[in-house]
Structures are given as structure tokens and as C-alpha cells.
Design a protein around this ligand. Structure first.
Ligand SMILES: Cc1cc2nc3c(=O)[nH]c(=O)nc-3n(C[C@H](O)[C@H](O)[C@H](O)COP(=O)(O)O)c2cc1C
Ligand SMILES: CC(C)CC(=O)C(=O)O
Length: 349
């Protein structure tokens, strides 16, 4: 049996996103698994992201015509089939030999937008050449601002439709589980767009946001906002969108779950720009909850990595298709035929 056949066999057995992680744990090197699965320090935030979503109850309406469920959403002029994006995650060749190429193919097959990390193991030009759905680019600003400017221009040249500037990582968090396995790039795997994690700048400020906007030709979103005052500053700075994120619990431990931070940020933003959210989204009902509490769309990180590890492009597509299908079922069962119908009334108070 070749790798592709084995991947497919396994992918067909996956029923939900928790199955995907279980199989991935068997399939990945311990180093790669720990890198993906772990959170910072004592992993309170990592757990809270899930617990907070689980603890929200849904309020249903019956006798609503749900024969046509419409999950479409428009973001910055892009029409997406459903409001679930592939979050930017680093180092995909540590998870599957085809790395980011498989991720792009899987996202394409599942009609999902893929946000490509600055820390790819594959040149962006190659990823763009296999992508069949829009790409966005996640930008890490490095100490060398000329390198950063060249990277933005490369992302634009490769057709990326927006930039997600990550603002929650002046340093990576206390990642004890990564330390225990001495996480490092395996021999022969490179990061063509970033020297290494030490190149990240610690001096990123609102001035850099102005600077990026002075030459970027595509919309800029700030990824990693948890504080509504920062959301306000982001809007004053003129950014096009906000991503509420705690980096999947990987940076500062004991910050709140993103679903807890989302409502106050959404309230402050008051629809002036789109608000996206990530962290712990594993079920279609989680997507409904995020939209009800003010998100225009969500992103998923770890499940995509695990899907990739289980079955390359097919695994990525499977994760997205499971989540999309669950979202459609959750909408039908709550009596919400379109995303705009999903408001706070769907949350049980
Ligand atoms: C393995 C891994 C690598 C990540 N790499 C990046 C990255 O390069 N840039 C970035 O902005 N966020 C990165 N993140 C954070 C994700 O974009 C996202 O915020 C987070 O994974 C969402 O939470 P979830 O994994 O619970 O879905 C990474 C997350 C994981 C799990
Ligand atoms: C190189 C790392 C800082 C990439 C990242 O964002 C992560 O591992 O969470």
C-alpha cells in the first residue's frame, strides 16, 4: 500500500474532529504531535477555549423552514461558501511529506480559504500554484523590516487576497511540551520565508501597522486581539478586520477563552469592520455560537494540522467537510437558515 492509499483508508474512518486528533497522534512523530497539540505553560487557556464553548447552551426555534440552508459569507469582496477558514499554522512538512501543498489542495477541494503562515516549509509561489481557492497570507514582522516589506510584496505578487498581521507574538509563549521534546526542524526541512523564530521582532507597534498600510495593496487584518481597547485602536489605525485569537492557547497562559473575549470586542467594533475568531472550534455548534456572539467567520488551526497528518490533502478536506456539514445541521436544528439569522437569541440565557 502506498502513502496515498494508506492516507485515504484512514481518512474514511474519521467521523468527527476528535477522531482526527486521535489518529494523528498515532501517525505523527512525537515531536510534531507535541508541537501541534500543546499550549503554553499549564495549558489553562488551551483548555478554556474548549470548555467555554462547551458550556454555552443553544436556544432553538422550531417550525422554521430550513429546507435551504445558506452558509455563504462575503469578506473583503470574496464570496466564501461557508464561514470556516484554515488558520495559519507553521511547519506543515513536519506533519506530512507534502506539507503546505497538501493543505492548499485539501482547502481547495473543500472550498475553503487558506491563510498561509509566514513559517511555511514550502515557497509561497508553489503553494499558490496548486491553490484553487483564495489564499490570505499571515505576516510575522521580523527585525529586518526590509525583509518584511519584501515578504508582503511577494504575498501580493502570488495573489494573496489579504494580510493577517499577527500581533500577539512579540515572543513565543512558555511552551514546556515543545521544550521537553526539543522541538526543532528535522534535517532537510526549511522555512523559505523566515530565517527562524528568533527573527520575530519584539518592537512591533501601531507605527508598524501604519507603515504596513502605507504600502500594502491588500486588506490588513490584525490577528491576536483580545482587548476591546486594542480593537478600537485597530479601527482608528484603519485596519480592514480583526481576528480575536489567543493563538490557540500557545502564547500567554491564563488569558480568557476567545469565545469569552469575542462579545465585548464585537460590541465595541459594532460592525465597523469584520471580526473573525479562532480558538477551540471543533464542532458545527461552536461555529454557530461564535457567529451568534459577533464573529463573521471562524478559523481552525490544530484540526487542520491533524487532518494533514492523517491523510494529506484528503485529511484536510475531510476536517473542513465534517465541520461544514455539522454547521449546516446545527443551523437547521436551531431554526436558522442563513448566517444573518444567527443572532444572540440562539444562545440560551
Ligand atoms: C501548530 C500550530 C502552528 C501555528 N503557527 C502559527 C503561525 O505561524 N502564525 C500564526 O499567526 N498563528 C499560528 N498558530 C495559531 C493559529 O493560527 C490559531 O490562532 C490557533 O491554532 C487557533 O486555535 P485552534 O488550534 O484551537 O483552532 C499556530 C497554531 C498551531 C496549532
Ligand atoms: C514559529 C512559531 C512562532 C509559529 C507559531 O506561531 C506557533 O507555533 O504558534
Amino acid at each position: 500500500m502506498n502513502v496515498a492509499e494508506r492516507d485515504l483508508l484512514d481518512v474514511n474512518q474519521l467521523i468527527n474532529l476528535f477522531d482526527v486528533e486521535k489518529l494523528a497522534a498515532e501517525r505523527m512523530t512525537p515531536m510534531a504531535y507535541e508541537y501541534v497539540a500543546s499550549g503554553a505553560a499549564d495549558e489553562f487557556t488551551l483548555r478554556w477555549n474548549r470548555q467555554a464553548l462547551d458550556s454555552i447552551k443553544l436556544n432553538t426555534r422550531v417550525l422554521v423552514d430550513v429546507s435551504r440552508i445558506d452558509t455563504r459569507v462575503s469578506l473583503f469582496g470574496l464570496d466564501l461558501a461557508y464561514p470556516i477558514l484554515v488558520a495559519p499554522t507553521a511547519y506543515h512538512r513536519t506533519m506530512h511529506p507534502e506539507g503546505e501543498l497538501a493543505t492548499a489542495r485539501g482547502a481547495g477541494a473543500a472550498e475553503a480559504l487558506y491563510v498561509v503562515s509566514s513559517f511555511t516549509n514550502t515557497p509561497l509561489s508553489e503553494i499558490a500554484s496548486v491553490a484553487t481557492q483564495p489564499l490570505w497570507f499571515q505576516l510575522y514582522v521580523s527585525d529586518d523590516r526590509e525583509q518584511t516589506k519584501a515578504l508582503v510584496q511577494e504575498a501580493e505578487a502570488q495573489g494573496c487576497r489579504a494580510l493577517c498581521v499577527t500581533v500577539d507574538t512579540p515572543v513565543a509563549g512558555v511552551r514546556n511540551r515543545q521544550q521537553r521534546v526539543n522541538f526543532a526542524m528535522p534535517e532537510g526541512i526549511r522555512t523559505p520565508h523566515m530565517a527562524d523564530a528568533f527573527a520575530l521582532t519584539k518592537s512591533l507597534t501601531w507605527k508598524d501597522v501604519d507603515w504596513l498600510q502605507s504600502f500594502a495593496k491588500i486588506p490588513i487584518l490584525l490577528k491576536g486581539i483580545l482587548n476591546s481597547d486594542d480593537a478600537e485602536l485597530a479601527i482608528q489605525a484603519g485596519v480592514s478586520g480583526i481576528i480575536v485569537s489567543n493563538h490557540g492557547g500557545r502564547n500567554l497562559d491564563t488569558v480568557p477563552a476567545t469565545i469569552e473575549a469575542l462579545p465585548r470586542i464585537a460590541e465595541r467594533v459594532n460592525k465597523r469592520v469584520p471580526v473573525l475568531m479562532d480558538g477551540g472550534i471543533r464542532r458545527g455548534t461552536d461555529v454557530v455560537k461564535a457567529i451568534a456572539l459577533g464573529a463573521n467567520a471562524v478559523l481552525v488551526g490544530k484540526p487542520i494540522c491533524f487532518g494533514l497528518a492523517c491523510g494529506g490533502a484528503d485529511g484536510v478536506a475531510k476536517v473542513l467537510t465534517i465541520l461544514r456539514t455539522e454547521l449546516e445541521l446545527a443551523m437547521a436544528l436551531t431554526g436558522k437558515a442563513t448566517l444573518t439569522d444567527i443572532d444572540q437569541s440562539v444562545i440560551w440565557r
